[in-house]
Design a binder for this molecule. Structure first.
Ligand code: PXP
Length: 249
């Protein structure tokens, strides 16, 4: 049987900035991490400019736009402030994510179904500017249908519930979440949406998701930045890449 199409690996560098910001100052430098990730075979770099700027800064986004050779996937909340920034930079891709000030990380998917009109208007100028618009959503048919109706190019399915169940040792729940991701990938693909998956993926959880034929990109950050402490960023990325490639065969 032929191999599945190439599965892109987007490296999220937010948490290099988290470590930098713990002390202020300039290091570790997320741009250096992004260039190393590129050299290690990353197909794209993902960075989330949060409203509170807790990790990635405006200057990081300016720098990434200048130095990257691979596409930038700019994650942002659907706010006027972020829209202006995105339209100034016109990154390859914009991924809309929900944002709550008090959350530790992006906890759930975007509620598209309830905000269809507003989001349809919100993404129109981004698409006119040539950005591919991706929406980060739960593996939920209602949200996928709504993302399709508003004209998104891509959906990124939130893998958090699957990964959390795995790390909690609840394998029945993990398998149910995996099945949900599988079914919803197929469903989204059948509507013509490109399917990405992200959040919480590790060496232990990536293979079954990488094997979904409809999935074209995984975005992975926190685990790899942590792993880099022990073995270096590039070896950490190489291992992720080889697990993904093996799963794809
Ligand atoms: N994809 C999206 C849309 C995200 O918001 C994030 C970070 O929260 C990731 C992927 C990467 O997740 P992680 O850092 O857990 O690998």
């Amino acid at each position: 049987m032929a191999d599945l199409p190439h599965l892109r690996l987007g490296i999220n560098i937010d948490h290099v900035a988290t470590v930098r910001n713990a002390r202020g100052g300039a290091y570790p430098d997320p741009l250096r991490a992004a260039k190393l990730a590129e050299e290690a075979g990353a197909d794209g770099i993902t960075a989330h400019l949060r409203e509170d700027r807790r990790h990635i800064s405006d200057a990081d986004i300016d720098g990434l736009m200048d130095v990257l050779s691979v596409p930038l996937n700019f994650e942002m909340a659907a706010t006027d402030e972020m829209l202006k920034i995105a339209l100034r930079h016109k990154p390859h891709a914009v991924c809309l994510v929900p944002e709550k000030r008090e959350e530790r990380t992006t906890e759930g998917g975007l509620e598209v179904a309830r905000e269809e009109n507003r989001l349809a208007h919100f993404i129109a100028p981004l698409r006119d500017a040539g950005c591919r618009v991706s929406i980060f959503i739960a593996a939920d048919m209602r949200q996928i249908e709504a993302a399709n109706r508003i004209g998104a190019d891509v959906i990124e399915l939130h893998a958090g519930a699957y990964c959390d169940a795995h790390s909690e040792g609840d394998f029945k729940e993990r398998d149910a979440e995996l099945e949900r991701l599988r079914e919803m990938s197929t469903f989204a693909h059948s509507l013509g949406l490109e399917v990405h998956v992200g959040h919480g993926l590790t060496y232990d959880t990536v293979a079954p998701v990488a094997a979904f034929p409809e999935v074209r990109e995984l975005n992975i950050g926190h685990f790899l930045i942590g792993e880099a402490i022990f073995r270096g960023l590039q070896p950490a990325i190489h291992e992720m890449r080889s697990i993904m490639d093996a799963a794809r065969k």
